[in-house]
Design a protein around this ligand. Sequence first.
Ligand code: BGC
Length: 736
Amino acid sequence: MKKSILLIGLLSSVAVAQQATDYSSKVDSLLQLMTIEDKIGQTVQFSGGWDVTGPTVSDVNEDLVKSGQIGSFLNLVTAKATKDIQKLAVEESRLGIPLLIGYDVIHGYKTIFPINLGLSSSWNPELVELTAQKAAEEAAAEGIHWTFSPMVDVARDPRWGRISEGSGEDVYLGKKLAEAYVRGYQGDDLSLPTTIAACMKHFVGYGASLAGRDYNTVDMGDNELRNTYLPGFKAGLDAGARTLMTSFNVINDVPASGNKYTLKEILRNEWGFDGLVVSDYTSINEMIPHGYAEDGKDAAQKSFSATVDMDMMGDLYRSYLQELIAEGKLTMDELDASVRRILTLKFELGLFDDPYRYSDVKREEATIYRQDILDAALEAARQSTVLLQNNNNVLPLKTKNIALIGPLAADESSIIGDWAAKGDRSGKAISVEEGLRDLLNQSNITVVQGTDINSTSTEGFKAALKAAKKAEAIVMVLGEDSNMSGEAASRASIKLPGNQSALLAAVREANPNKPIVLVLFNGRPLDITADITNADAVLEAWFPGTMGGQAIAELIYGKVNPSAKLSVSFPVNVGQVPVFYSNKTTGRPMNPMNPKGDYRSFYQDIPNKPLYSFGYGLSYSSFEYSNIQLDQVTRNGALELNFSAQIKNTSNVDGYEIVQLYLQDVTASITRPAKELKGFEKVWIKAGATKTVYFKLQKEELGFWNNGTFVVEAGQFKYTIAPNSDADLVHSFILE
Ligand code: BGC
């Protein structure tokens, strides 16, 4: 016992003499003291059983901790519980190596921010960074060292439930937000007790699961992999993310958790990533049903030799690494390399200085639901809610005499969304009802559920119609249950579940001239093509989190001007899926003059264009774009492209506008997307005022991957600066 405390003291005094970031000699000293069993122990991660995030759950096995056979836990929370288990590791295991405690802090820990797809609709990296920083503070106070976030999987199929956890369909926006999350979680100093390690996941291609069915196979060319699916990871790692998680899927015939091409060749060799790689939950074992590993031992060998350092919940490394090394199928050097990466992170987190620094009951009490964290959640909800439709400017609402209808109107549970960590599912989140009552200072709003989220019974319709009749305006809060998105939550139909659309239609039919505001809660783009004809205004609130109801009330009554734009396209219907703005043109692009003819690329029954495109979102302000220009200058021998545009707020309401730069490389050595976002800026423009927005691009930002090589090719480019991705690229330039 005492011995291990001594060891920690010894190692940390070495730390003082060292550069804060160079722990190699301390790690080496420690490695020398470790037996092969100790080393293997570091590669083992078990679930603490406080939460179920996969098919198997383990209870905290104290004996394994005491004997140093576990290096890390997930799903173990609270300052007290984490401290108790840490004590066992530090004071009772032979070497006293502290445990690394990870958890899914995805969009908040206790205070819940909008789901990540919502956060990405804010197009506000500073705000996203703030949410991650606040989430880290809450989680760290409860003993968490490491979050399994951000999820940077590009997702273009709304059937896939995990689209809710990411930043949408676009590479560039995804990169900017990946960096923001990493900065927020890790801060400038990972050793502070208020910062936690970030984890880029899921490596790689998970968002492209075939047919949007979770865990399904992924097959894509190398150019697509490198141009679309890898950049988010690279951006997050360049921003300093210390860990990465593999994915469940097969990518190009090889499971991601044993994929030497993506893990060894690209991640380790090309990118030089020296941080910890953890498997996903039993994803190593799952290489057996994938048909890639014969048995557990074979799976452990394949995964470990692909440099997956830590086995999440699979218990295969503990079972087989020693045997595999004895048989020469793995080497001691490989084991040392992995353990080195794990121990380095523990040093970086300051765990060897004070293993209990994160588990602080007093700090926990002072931090959870702290006012500034709630304020950040409120601002995030305001800036994540997208105004999709506002016919006849019915919003902001002018009357306080409203009927509030729908299964989510008074909800305090789904509003915080899926994977809401330790968020309270009752008694804490502000529902839409509560938000409206507080704002209007009114207790007599009529609230009627009307139907359940997924029901066929029309019993409640009558009461809803009665309330609607008495009111001057109707607010309907419809959508999905939070369990309908997230992991293992794919849906083939992406319509409003149950008979909610029928309820909306019935309310519209009985009230043809009353303003109807549809507020949507959902974790994916929905097919709302029919529903929007039955509402005057539509607010896409996603799952807006703890402060969601207040933000929605403020938006409805114009206390706050909507400023979010979609980070993902809304299809006309599921038949269009996947539909995204940056697709290729095809050899027979649809002829707008003859949209259904000429043997062109179109659907006979629906348009090609989504219902709402990437980048789209309304505001109570209106903006006019002019003077779109490009200046090409050479500075210190390097070409710089300076794009600019003037944006005028032509309304009498101050507001944010998200200004977007789109480019196309017209002809290249491989075909390139019809449009690509290359810059965006969220600017506040006062009523009547004009702002000039600038985008500075380096030449490399016009490049792409072709056959394993990054190239920037001379030639013609088209561009525009616009409010959304529908804009035509009417300007052009030649890159020399
Ligand atoms: C998910 C990961 C998550 C892990 C731990 C898995 O099922 O795919 O995203 O981090 O569980 O909870």
